[in-house]
Write a new protein. Sequence first.
Length: 135
Amino acid sequence: MNYRFPVRVYYEDTDAAGIVYYANYFRFMERARTEWLRHLGFEQDVLREEHGIVFVVRSAAADYLAPARFNDLLWVTGEVCEHSRTAMSIAQDVYRQDDDELLCRGKVGIVCVNIESFRPSPIPGIILEKLKDAD
């Protein structure tokens, strides 16, 4: 499933040169993943309370291709590119809305963990079903 989330660049997102500070792209990606789960019908606090699980980032990589600047409107996409019983890799790209220029290409590895032991835990079947239905 390919999900798209809008983000506006605020002054606080930029560095001294007036462009988006590189680490903030990961913040934008995090927001998009949270909204993607919400779009599928899952709130992270409910998953923690009712299923005893949370999703944690295991790895993150990004290639920065062009700068985003203050007040730009962006699209942040997310698409599961692979998954196992306990983990998924999500390809996430950031585009400028007005010209569809690809600004950043990212890949984030997510692991489902038990909230008490912080050991890997199976991704709930209801989430995997939603992912499958969304393809």
